[in-house]
Design a protein around this ligand. Structure first.
Ligand code: GDG
Length: 745
């Protein structure tokens, strides 16, 4: 139970002043359309919400707001909290960092990005101002949903002050490939990623954006994902795709709106029998207006039979006109329009009708309905709601020509998909659309309409909010508790009561501390003595389960009556038997991997290769910290690509990158052993990434303990390796069994 708090750069409206009178004007834009629709219609849908609030920067004076605040509160069913920043800081944050760094870079216009230090400082400052405004009003149970690229650091800033808050983040623009993202100065890109990771759920429009983000997180923060879940600084975070929908019914129902019908009839009458092509976009270089015009020009040139039989209405909505990159383009576009009209117009016909204005909603829908084709060809677009709105408004006819580089293309596959930079592709698509038989138009439109109706904006918001709650539930379940005295006593009691015990122990970092050189990590007398005493009890079955090679384990522990599992399970030696190989494939694959790893040894002083029977590993424990880590990201990347479509697997371990044959992990090996012995007491200790497989596999089967702090699937954690031997020794000390025991589960 709590409020839904939407946080975006801008509020969903502006204020107009005429003399003494201040009036409210609804803003246009994707996010506003989506959330406003949800707010207006959602009353009963989510019974768990106690209120709705929108927080954002006001683009109007504080005095004007005072004049209308009370009226707004009475009319709307959501609260508003406006932020009034310093003008100069806001300018550097909005026009500077947001729209002259992030916007161009994330849309692959890297040459337009202006990496100015003061822009980034202002961005930090504004995110901080948002945090300072929000923190004091946050109440337990509130669900915070932060929107878009202007506020990427805010999730972390809120998390710092409110560690338990429920925070979602959604990026409305593309998340670019790592090769583009990495162009940004290192401190900036790390701060941005770290900032976003303050959220519990991070949403994107498409699968590609999700993958790009996960890749950057892996390369820059060293965090790997598991089915779109990440463990970051002790918290589970989910990254997923939520392709934004529109308020389908609002557009579809306009078919019978008398006012829209009147406008539509007028438009049709004006163009007589001529076909009508329509497009509407904000003035933005990402929208591909110049390329669209070139494609259209080529169409007129190449298909003269269409001249005088069609008209292209190009509506451009003013946007960000204080940024030079925008202003210059307006001039270019207008010149190009002039050239095309000058070149092809006749006394009674002009091919292009250009409007530079914001259309009233009903005019927009009437144009959608009247148009025989919509030409929507952005060079990059997070989603593009116009494409969806055109389809939803259709009265059963019309053709959507859509750029394959818009996020919407992955859902609207019945559109004619074009490459916006390919003028002949655009020209051909226009002819194809104009000549498309009515039955085919109907067919394509209805398939797309069904999809848009099913996943509309309400579904989108509900879906996001449901997942956000699910992540919170999972975080609660997953919280690793530090093993306390009471729990330890309880484990010891259980140990004493049981008669068929299984002790699964990792070696490096658990039984023995890490050593700079792997071959020098032999067990000392205290370890050997402990293992001897534990395994002397016939009720105990001790299993050392390691990523180590067979010969090291055999040399160090072979004389003890314990089961040895080497190389994550590829070789095992039962306590009373000889070594068995579980893998029977040739090891030719190692040659290729070794070659790659050798190149990294040369490029990273102090790193070395360790070769085992079934795995090959590159260690970087002894390298310069930053360098070793960044080389390890590159190696992971290279190896992941190299092993695609093979049965190999790359593991990002503790200061080691390892390649092994898949199917052998500690989890599967542990389960195999447990299956053979049906124990009544299971205790598992480990410290590394590869031990997580065991912890997950043993859920509900026994006690799992992670050595060292950090996110883990284990039930408990102990804070250092030095606590391992005392813990295991304590099992051998009898305790008073008369006191009732506590349960652990
Ligand atoms: C960002 C991402 C993503 C436009 N002109 C008029 C008008 N509009 C309305 C449209 C539509 C909205 O504005 C534009 O939405 P887009 O999706 O095309 O683009 P952005 O505003 O840049 O939004 C984008 C979106 O976020 C959502 O996640 O799809 O990729 O860049 O709703 O109808 N409305 C009226 N008159 C106009 O002249 N009434």
């Amino acid at each position: 139970m709590g409020r839904l708090i939407i946080i975006s750069n801008r509020l969903p409206f502006s204020l107009d002043r005429e003399g003494d009178k201040v009036s409210l004007r609804q803003s246009s834009g994707g996010l506003v359309s989506a959330i406003k629709s949800y707010f207006e219609n959602t009353g009963a849908q989510r019974g768990d919400l106690t209120g709705k609030m929108w927080i954002g920067v006001a683009d109007f004076p504080q005095d004007d707001w005072r004049q209308v605040a009370a009226a707004h509160a009475a009319e709307q069913d959501f609260d508003i909290l406006p932020i009034f920043p310093d003008k100069d800081v806001y300018d550097k944050y909005y026009n500077g960092f947001s729209n002259s760094v992030l916007w161009p870079l994330f849309h692959y216009f890297s040459s337009l990005a202006e990496y100015e230090g003061p822009y980034f400082d202002a961005y930090l400052q504004m995110n901080q101002l948002f945090a300072e405004t929000i923190v004091p009003i946050l109440e337990p149970g509130d669900q915070v949903w932060i929107h878009d690229y202007q506020l990427m650091i805010l999730p972390h800033l809120l998390r710092q002050k409110k560690p338990d808050a429920t925070i979602g983040f959604f990026l409305h623009i593309p998340f670019p490939s790592y090769e583009i993202f990495r162009l940004m100065p290192t401190e900036w890109k790390k701060t941005l990623l770290h900032g976003v990771m303050g959220a519990d759920l991070i949403g994107f429009h498409t699968y590609d954006y999700v993958q790009h983000f996960l890749h950057s997180v892996k390369m820059l923060l060293g965090v790997d994902n598991y089915f779109h879940n990440l463990q970051y600084q002790d918290r589970l975070i989910r990254i997923d795709l939520f392709p934004i929908g529109i308020d389908y019914n609002k557009f579809h129902q306009m078919a019978t709106d008398p006012e829209v019908e009147e406008i539509r009839t007028k438009i049709r009458a004006q163009f007589e029998d001529r076909k009508l092509i329509f497009s509407v976009d904000r003035l933005d270089y990402t929208k591909g207006l110049m390329q669209r015009l070139s494609g259209f020009e080529y169409f007129l040139e190449r298909y003269p039979e269409w001249r005088e039989k069609m008209v292209f209405v190009l509506n451009v909505v003013p946007s960000r006109d204080t940024i030079p990159a925008y202003n210059d383009r307006k001039k270019q576009i207008e010149e190009k329009i002039g050239t095309i009209n000058g070149r092809f117009s006749t006394i009674s016909w002009q091919p292009l009708i250009y409007r530079y204005n914001h259309l009233p909603f009903k005019d927009l829908v009437a144009l959608y309905q009247a148009a025989d084709a919509a030409l929507i060809t952005p060079l990059r677009d997070g989603m593009n709601l116009v494409a969806k709105e055109y389809v939803a408004s259709s009265l059963g006819r019309g053709v959507l020509i859509l750029s394959e580089l818009a996020g919407a293309a992955s859902e609207l596959s019945e559109a004619i998909l074009v490459n916006p930079t390919d003028t002949s592709d655009v020209a051909n698509s226009i002819t194809r659309a104009l000549a498309m038989p009515l039955y085919e138009q109907r067919n394509r439109i209805s398939l797309m309409q069904r999809r848009l109706q099913e996943y509309d904006v309400f579904k989108w918001v509900n879906d996001f909010m449901d997942q956000l709650q699910q992540v919170k539930q999972e975080q609660k379940k997953q919280k690793v508790k530090v093993l306390d005295e009471r729990t330890l006593t309880s484990i010891r009691r259980h140990y004493q009561r049981s008669s068929n015990r299984c002790l699964l122990l990792d070696y490096d970092g658990t039984l023995v501390p890490f050593s700079r050189i792997p071959s020098e990590a032999a067990p000392d007398n205290s370890v050997r003595d402990l293992l001897t005493r534990l395994s002397a009890d016939p009720k105990n079955h001790v299993i050392i389960i390691s990523g180590r090679d067979l010969s090291s384990l055999d040399r160090w522990l072979g004389s003890l009556p314990v089961t040895l599992v080497a190389e994550h399970g590829a070789s095992t030696r039962p306590r009373n038997g000889g070594w068995q190989q579980m893998v029977s494939v040739s090891d030719l694959w190692k040659d290729e991997i070794r070659r790659v790893m050798q190149a990294f040894v040369i490029r990273c002083a102090g790193s070395f290769i360790e070769e085992k029977t079934n795995t090959i590993a590159w260690h970087y424990r002894n390298t310069q910290t930053g360098l070793g880590f960044s080389r390890s990201r590159e190696l992971l990347n290279t190896l992941s690509q190299l092993i695609q479509n093979t049965t190999l697997q790359v593991i990002d371990g503790n200061k080691v990158v390892e390649v092994r044959i898949s199917g052998f992990d500690k989890g599967a090996s542990a389960l195999r052993i447990l299956g053979d012995m049906d124990p009544d007491f299971v205790l598992c200790l480990g410290d590394d990434t590869t031990d997580e497989d065991m912890f997950k596999a043993l859920e509900g089967e026994g006690y799992t303990i992670k050595v060292n702090n950090g996110a883990s699937a284990a039930q408990y954690t102990i804070l250092s390796q030095q606590q391992v031997l005392p813990l295991l020794n304590s099992l051998l000390v009898p305790i008073n069994t008369n006191t009732p025991s506590e349960t652990l589960s």
